[in-house]
Write a protein of this length. Structure first.
Length: 67
């Protein structure tokens, strides 16, 4: 994933992230603040994903996005 794209477009992407992973709260999104590691960590907490699963899901989701 291109970290720069995620960080640079975070305000626009927040809604899409919340649509994809509905268990994430607005507070989670504030903490994530466009950082891939934070997103993966929050997915591990909220969904019980293993680290590899969280990374894979985020990368797959990112690759499907039309920037």
């Amino acid at each position: 994933m291109n970290q720069d794209i995620l960080a640079g477009k975070w305000q626009q992407v927040r809604g899409k992230v919340k649509e994809q992973w509905g268990k994430l709260t607005d507070d989670d999104l504030d903490v994530i603040d466009g950082k891939q590691e934070q997103l993966e960590g929050r997915l591990q907490q909220r969904y019980g994903y293993a680290k590899d699963q969280a990374q894979s899901e985020v990368n797959t989701w990112f690759d499907r996005q039309k920037w």
